[in-house]
Design a protein around this ligand. Sequence first.
Ligand code: ADP
Length: 460
Amino acid sequence: MKILFCSSEMVPFAKTGGLADVSGALPQALEKKGCLVKVALPKYKGIKVPGKIARLGEAIDVFLIENEQYFNRSGLYGEAGGDYDDNLLRFSFFCQQVLDLLKQQNFCPDIIHCNDWQSALIPVYLKTKLNQDDFFKQTKTIFTIHNLAYQGLFAKEQFPQTNLDWSLFNMQALEFYNQVNLLKGGLLFADFITTVSPTYAQEIQLPKFGCGLDGVLRQRKENLSGIINGLDYTAWNPATDDKIFQKYGPGNLELKAVNKKGLQRELNLTEDENIPLFGIVTRLAEQKGIELIISALEKMAKQKLQFVLLGTGDNKYHEALELIKQKKYKNFSINLRFDATLAQKIYAGCDIFLMPSNYEPCGLGQLISLKYGTIPVVRKTGGLADTVEDYQSKTGQGNGFVFEEYSGKKMFQAIERSMAVYKKRNQWLKLMRRAMQYDFSWAASAEKYIKLYRQALNER
Ligand code: ADP
């Protein structure tokens, strides 16, 4: 099967978020399963590769779409907190160039797998301008939503920049409350739609999570499914992690304590092996449930626990957390910055990881913390609901602590439950071992994508 994977960011070339991790890992996992995969990406300023084709892994061609004026800039989508005002032009160009290039290279994919609004016009072009084109006659499209909140919205006046006919500016195509909505185009014109967890695939069909597109998603529900993201265990593994104080695995879990001690020392927390150490590594955004954390902090400060936060994001949260920081609680360490090394030390050194998200398409934090034996406390939503199962002390089932209602009170109750189990050392050890054994590698998810590709090609 020949696949073109199309994305606006990809590790190790360009990254602003989780899409880059998926785009760097999934094509390689597909290739390992026998697919012939090529990928397409804009050639941003930071990509210092000579020529138009780079390599992902050993053998995957990366078509770099060049345009001095559009892509030779410091940002991917914008700078200094604002979006570039020609993003519609930039990504319409990207999508058209990708299709042109396939012809030039005479690479006719069975599947073009598009991701988020930046490549959403590809299915639209294929089903409209190119629907009589013999080259793409057999090609099917898959469109993956990584976060429905980002839709690629533009003013109506800019619509001609897509090079599409005005007849497509209507409610059953790209029009959305009198604006251009690229994501909506992907949802309506792709053969199949996926998103990054089964629960999120259900949630986005509800008005509460649908970001205005729940109706469109319900209309396409027969062709909509959720496939959980994998985690790259070559990058995230406590047994091989060079950034942490001490490598460890399920077989020598006692060594995890070295990481706890190292982290406590580095963050000026009392070095105490027996106090439960809670961690959170996050964007400071509404999505992540930061309100719940902030509302619970005063109460947590009085408990026999330690708490470390690492995060950056919205100003309002920086301000609120600065105020808490000024209170100098001895059992808190609040770090308002991006720091990949400290993040790894937190995953390795903490006992419990907090992820009380308001919504969560998939989430990586809980997958990483499970692998590091750091037990997640999560809200039951999206990918968190699909990967963390509430611990039952009677049966020993489960791998974390789950609460449902979006409230500080319910989150705190889950925290208390985790502390109660933490005190029972043997139970906790078993829980850690169990958590570390869950397999969320890319291989299983790649298999599911291949099954869907076959379905799209009618080869079930
Ligand atoms: P999202 O992509 O929505 O932000 P995920 O849970 O899918 O959330 O992925 C977040 C990733 O970014 C995780 O690997 C997390 O460790 C990392 N991360 C988030 N904030 C920080 C930070 N301030 N410093 C270091 N790493 C961070």
